[in-house]
Design a protein around this ligand. Structure first.
Ligand SMILES: [Cu+2]
Length: 333
């Protein structure tokens, strides 16, 4: 009798396990934003606008506020990548409740490295995100109003202020991202190179809301972080997935363990490491072509003191990463 009960329990466990594994009935493909049709992009913008409708703070505002509140816990810290991965999924789920066809795209900013302000993404048409201004007046988010600032609630127009006046300083090209993935063999080494390098220059160069903790006021924040998430996923899958559960690293002062919980979300870090089985999405490869350049890699600016201060970054650590990346840029030329 006892054996029968035990056998029954084992069977039940197997069924539950199987149910757990088939949690993803399909795997969504996140595409580079240029690969979407203009209608798909407009659908995305409309869902964002719906999320930002109704009395303040809207659902859109509240996401931004979550990012502001956890500022120092989620940046310059190993939990940076898992936390932002989950944050993007939080937005994507909200958008899919409005329109189930939506999949969050990513913006591969490295394709626009030489002249970021000339990127199609800043085009004025209603299927792109418009340019800069104390109030962005063109593109899909013309006069888009947001609520939070880093100094508390104050209704304001979403704004961008390019760091070079009418242009944006160059970003790192795809070749640099590839080298970071190759050379950084520990998780925290990779995270730091990414955060202070390709992640930082984009926030710093676009300016405005993007330079503050309230950066999620601008949809660009999510598109940019989806690209960071893609690069992390690329890194995780290098060397036969051996890196997937690696959250450590030699220069890691505040290690994160797989059992640690994400601030705000109360989800274990271990439950964020496989995008296909934990979250049912994957990344489509970036469009090729723009990546092969015959001209020298333009000089990448140092991150401004202002941005370093706002992020609370350790300036020495940032400059150390920047000289490592600048050596790569020199090698490229
Ligand atoms: Cu962030």
């Amino acid at each position: 009798m006892l054996r029968l009960i035990v056998a029954g329990l084992c069977l039940l466990q197997l069924i539950l396990l199987a149910a757990g594994q088939s949690r993803c009935s399909s795997v969504r493909s996140r595409q580079e934003i240029r690969q979407l049709s203009s209608q798909q992009r407009i659908d995305l913008y409309n869902a964002v606008k719906q999320l930002n409708s109704g009395p303040r703070p809207t659902e859109w505002d509240r996401l931004s506020n979550t990012h502001i509140r956890f500022n120092h816990g989620i940046h310059e810290h190993p939990v940076f990548l898992p936390w932002h991965r989950h944050f993007l999924v939080d937005l994507e789920r909200k958008l899919r409740r409005i329109n189930p066809n939506i999949v969050l795209p990513y913006w591969d900013s490295s394709l626009d490295a030489d002249n970021p302000a000339g990127s199609v993404i800043f085009s004025a048409s209603n299927s792109w995100l418009g340019g800069q201004g104390t109030c962005v007046r063109d593109g899909a988010f013309a006069n888009f109003t947001t609520y939070y600032t880093d100094n508390g609630p104050r209704e304001h127009c979403m704004y961008r202020r390019f760091d070079q006046g009418s242009s944006i300083s160059p970003f790192y090209r795809p070749s640099i991202n590839r080298r970071i993935i190759q050379e950084q063999t520990t998780y925290n080494g990779f995270r730091e190179a990414l955060e202070f390098g390709p992640h930082g220059v984009v926030h710093n160069g676009i300016g405005g809301d993007m330079m503050d903790m309230c950066a999620p006021n601008d949809l660009l924040f999510y598109l940019h972080h989806a690209f960071m998430d893609k690069l992390w996923n690329d890194w995780q899958r290098t060397r036969d997935n051996l890196r997937k559960y690696d959250m450590a690293g030699t220069s890691n002062p505040r290690a994160v363990s797989l059992r640690d919980r994400l601030p705000t979300y109360n989800i274990a870090v271990s439950a964020t490491l496989d995008i296909r089985t934990d979250y049912c999405y994957d990344y489509a490869p970036s469009p090729q072509g723009a990546a092969s350049k015959t001209t020298p890699h333009p000089q990448v600016q140092y991150m401004s003191e202002e941005y370093i201060a706002r992020m609370g970054y350790d300036k020495d650590a940032v400059r150390r990463i920047e000289s490592y990346l600048h050596r790569m840029v020199d090698d490229d030329n």
